[in-house]
Design a binder for this molecule. Structure first.
Ligand SMILES: Nc1nc2c(ncn2[C@@H]2O[C@H](COP(=O)(O)OP(=O)(O)OP(=O)(O)O)[C@@H](O)[C@H]2O)c(=O)[nH]1
Ligand SMILES: [Zn+2]
Length: 367
């Protein structure tokens, strides 16, 4: 494989400069085990471990190699001497800066950030046009994608199961605004060609979507062969259990790369900050900025622009409900793993409550 077919470009070449002279090879992480990584490089596949120095010098676990990362690796002497066909072994000395990253807070460790996949250019947000079809869920996935900096593309799968797939697509377009929407059937192969603009050689894509949306079916379709078990049976049996040992960064026949990690599959709203939620609901964010009080909770404060827009019908109540739910979940997910945040949140509500009482005293009764 050439470096460019693995996604190498000027951005990474620049970052690799300090390592260019000292027998280092650039390589991309295809699989991350507990103690070793499988790397893809111009020399072929390399099994590598981090040097003790890298382990000691990295301040956080999040800075260690993750699937999708470019690293500077040095082959062990025995690998250098070996001929073709022998498995290469090396040491990872550095992780190059990431262009994009999907992260979540590591469960049970308040400060730890877990990196699920990096350097993803495009993320396919896969929704089934069956019972899985849910505009609110698509909004959530858009927020997750935006937080990662990868470009989101909404993929409506199982078009064969929906009596009016085009109508459903039109509904989705109303909420996605700028993100492209593609309707297809991974099982039948209809509409797959519409993904071509994002599957160019060297481009990295990842798939996100709820269980059963058809991610494996789509990956198999793109690979042109059966890599993963799909079907109702394997589905029921494998739920929540991932014992995969296959590469998580795969090269597609057309030259693009696809990242499929268990962590990404399980990704819910972890790692989504409030600004990403606001970006997904620009009309709500714009209204909130107009409220009289900067800490307005949009419940029943005077001068609340959100309430006013709900009352006069300019704000869609389903969008508002969806925003509120997402905001709550985001706050809950963050709090659950972060006691400091939990305390800050309690203090914030205490202040809001005190502030409201003070306002009540000034402005008299509200209703
Ligand atoms: N009718 C129809 N069924 C599909 C289509 N794509 C996938 N399926 C079926 O939907 C079920 C789930 O598909 P998977 O590809 O396993 O879903 P997944 O998103 O990978 O699910 P997880 O592995 O749990 O994350 C399987 O029974 C597939 O055969 C499609 O386009 N049309
Ligand atoms: Zn308000």
């Amino acid at each position: 494989m050439t470096l460019s077919s693995l996604g190498w470009d000027d951005f990474f070449a620049g970052a690799f400069q300090p390592f260019a002279s000292e027998n280092f090879l650039p390589a991309r992480v295809a699989l991350e085990h507990k103690h070793a990584c499988v790397l893809l490089s111009a020399r072929g596949e390399i099994t590598a471990t981090c040097t003790g120095r890298l382990l000691h010098e990295t301040a956080t676990r999040a800075a260690l190699p993750a699937v999708g990362d470019w690293v500077a690796v040095r082959l062990r002497p025995e690998s250098l001497a070996s001929g073709a066909g022998v498995a290469l072994v090396g040491d990872i000395h550095a992780v190059l800066p990431r262009r994009t990253a999907f992260t979540r807070r590591a469960v049970g460790d308040a400060d730890a950030e877990q990196v699920l996949a990096t350097n993803v250019d495009t993320v396919f947000l896969v929704t089934g046009l069956d019972r899985d079809f849910n505009l609110r869920r698509i909004e959530r996935y858009l927020a997750v994608a935006r937080a990662s900096e990868a470009q989101p593309v909404v993929v409506l799968n199982k078009s064969d199961l929906h009596p009016d797939a085009r109508g459903a697509e039109a509904e989705v377009r109303r909420i996605t605004r700028t993100a492209p929407v593609v309707t297809l059937s991974a099982a039948r192969g209809d509409g797959i060609a519409a993904l071509a603009p994002w599957l160019v050689p060297g481009a990295t894509v990842a798939l996100l979507g709820s269980s059963g949306a058809g991610k494996s079916t789509l990956i198999n379709r793109l690979l042109g062969k059966q890599r993963q078990d799909t079907g109702p049976l394997s589905h029921a049996m494998n739920k929540g259990r991932h014992t995969t040992t296959h590469r998580e960064l795969l090269a597609l026949p057309g030259g693009a790369l696809v990242i499929d990690t268990p962590g990404l599959r399980e990704l819910q709203l972890w790692g989504v900050d409030e600004s990403a939620v606001a970006e997904t609901f620009p009309e709500v964010a714009a209204l909130a900025a107009e409220c009289r009080f900067p800490d307005c909770t949009h419940q029943r404060e005077p001068g609340c622009a959100v309430r006013a827009a709900l009352d006069d019908g300019t704000l869609d109540p389903t969008r508002w409900a969806s925003y509120e739910k997402l905001q709550r979940e985001q706050a809950y997910a963050a709090r659950r793993v972060d006691p400091v945040l939990a305390r800050a949140e309690r203090d914030r509500w205490k202040k809001i409550y005190q502030g409201q009482r003070a306002r009540e005293r000034i402005e008299g009764r509200w209703e």
